[in-house]
Design a protein around this ligand. Structure first.
Ligand SMILES: *Cc1c(COP(=O)(O)O)cnc(C)c1O
Length: 499
């Protein structure tokens, strides 16, 4: 199995090369040339396995440069007992048809841990396999969740360093605390005077700066990104859908072979695309329900076939889904159309006109696999309150999925058992959740957390609770123009530290 660019199917690389490169040289994303099969017998045998074994099995099918034993070693460390509970992705029954796939028990309380705990192993090992001996410096521009998950994944990984930039005042104080208290000798966190766009553009400029790349190269250092378009971030996510199905079998909810649906709170289309890969492999998934907040560009696309990013951007209570360009959709367009020129055309239109309309044939193919819906903040808040009355407290992102799922079920009468993906702990967005429960939100962050804990009758997750006593290690705020200097100094300090 090879990987090719979505914009040039003749551009072929190995799995390891795809992971080292991130993006293809033509701006396309890497996709596998074949989709490996997963039989019912395979699924049954995975039912008795640990999460790490399930993850290694699924990843091994997509990563021929790696042995199962190697991947199992990675998975055992990535999903180790000091980071995840024994069952890393538990399934909790909610109603007659809905089952919550909880993906928030990792070190940062959000689902991105599943990919970002694994990526450092895949990346550093892919570098070795492709003969790259440089030290890698990961640069991340974050609006909150990704930065902390990437820091946690790369902290103290040999041969790697990581710099995270966030907009000053543009992340929640809890998210800021999660980042600036990060331990590790190879990490740096820095605030930028500006908003998220300024931060992201500053980081993009460093990536495009060839003189800086040359100066790093002279020091045997190369830059890389932990962005969600890297195949190494997508492939670990396929595993938790298979694991979720195994859990439903183990709980007696389905018998092997029964079809289920999955409803996924979606932003960049990475999480739900992983479900689509699981379906294509042979996991009995029927309908993939794409849930959006009021940034409903995907709902409109899945209903009309026209992707139109030309619309107002909304700041919502589910900020990790506040996205108007869902990058991973490009992979689906390629895999369902099979045409690199068609995809390259859509992406060129998106760049020039901010919109494109897919062909009727492609739209039909997409409609076979996906349903969709969206809800606003008020509806999500009602869903949090209603779900809590039934005994389960979802976060704001999960609430969007639950709301869209209920509407889907009502509209279609589809009573198929459904995994509703829960992407974050309610304690990660405590003010919005408390407000949704009709409670006053007053005092500092930890007072809000404690209040939510009392109302929910659940302890604050240790990962958040321990922030109270952690020392803030990073306090710099710099203008966007000088982040190259900041990275340069950091790289030199890292090289000295490792000399
Ligand atoms: C990133 C994120 C999402 C969106 O996931 P995509 O893969 O970008 O679609 C949803 N919920 C939470 C909590 C997230 O952090």
């Amino acid at each position: 199995m090879k990987y090719c660019s979505t914009r040039d199917s003749a551009h072929l690389v190995t799995d390891a090369q795809a992971i080292v490169s991130g993006l293809a040289p033509d701006g396309g994303l890497y996709v596998p040339t074949d989709i490996p099969a997963l039989t019912l017998a395979d699924i049954k045998s995975l039912c008795a396995c640990s999460y790490a074994e399930r993850a290694a099995d699924i990843m091994a099918r997509f990563l021929p440069s790696f042995t199962y034993a190697e991947l199992l070693g990675f998975a055992q460390r990535a999903y180790a007992g000091d980071k995840f509970p024994p069952l890393a992705a538990p399934v909790v029954p909610l109603s007659d048809t809905a089952h919550i796939l909880e993906l928030f028990h990792g070190p940062t309380c959000a689902f991105k841990d599943f990919a970002l705990q694994m990526l450092p192993y895949l990346l550093t090992s892919s570098m070795r396999k492709t003969g790259v001996t440089d030290r890698v410096c990961i640069l991340v521009a974050t609006s909150g969740d990704t930065g902390k998950a990437a820091l946690c994944g790369f902290a103290d990984v040999a041969g790697a360093s990581i710099c995270v930039f966030y907009p000053d005042g543009g992340v929640s104080n809890m998210q800021r605390l999660q980042m600036v208290t990060q331990s590790g000798k190879n990490v740096m966190v820095c605030a930028i005077n500006g908003n998220f766009d300024d931060t992201q553009n500053a980081v993009k400029r460093i990536f495009a700066d060839t003189s800086f790349a040359a100066s790093l190269k002279a020091r045997d250092v190369r830059l890389s990104s932990a962005n969600s378009i890297n195949w190494g971030r997508l492939v670990p996510q396929i595993a938790y859908y298979v694991s979720g199905y195994c859990e439903l079998i183990n709980q007696g909810v389905v018998t092997p072979g029964d079809a289920i649906n999955a409803c996924v709170p979606t932003g960049n289309f990475g999480d739900i695309l992983a479900a689509w890969f699981a379906k294509r492999m042979g996991l009995p998934l029927k309908t993939l329900i794409c849930a959006s907040n009021s940034n409903n560009v995907l709902t409109d696309f899945l209903e009309t076939g026209m992707y139109d990013r030309n619309r107002p951007f909304h700041y919502t209570t589910s900020p990790s889904m506040d996205i108007l360009i869902s990058s991973n959709l490009e992979r689906l367009l390629y895999l369902l159309s099979g045409s690199d020129t068609e995809v390259a055309g859509y992406m060129a239109q998106l760049a020039s006109d901010a919109r494109y309309t897919v062909s009727p044939a492609l739209f039909d193919a997409i409609r076979k696999d996906f349903a969709c819906g969206f809800c606003g903040d008020a509806e999500a808040a009602s869903t949090i309150a209603a779900t809590f009355r039934e005994g389960y407290l979802p976060d704001t992102h999960t609430a969007v999925a639950l709301n869209v799922y209920e509407a889907y079920k009502k509209r279609t009468g589809d009573l198929t058992q459904t995994l509703v993906v829960s992407t974050a702990s309610p304690f990660k967005f405590p003010a919005s959740v408390l407000k949704a429960l009709g409670q006053p939100v007053a005092g500092g962050d930890f007072q809000v957390l404690d209040r939510l804990s009392a109302i929910a009758g659940q302890p604050v997750p240790l990962q958040l609770d321990e922030l109270r006593n952690k020392r803030e290690r990073f306090s710099d705020t710099v203008p966007p123009e000088v982040i190259r200097i900041a990275v340069d100094r950091f790289v030199n300090a890292q090289l000295e530290g490792n000399a």
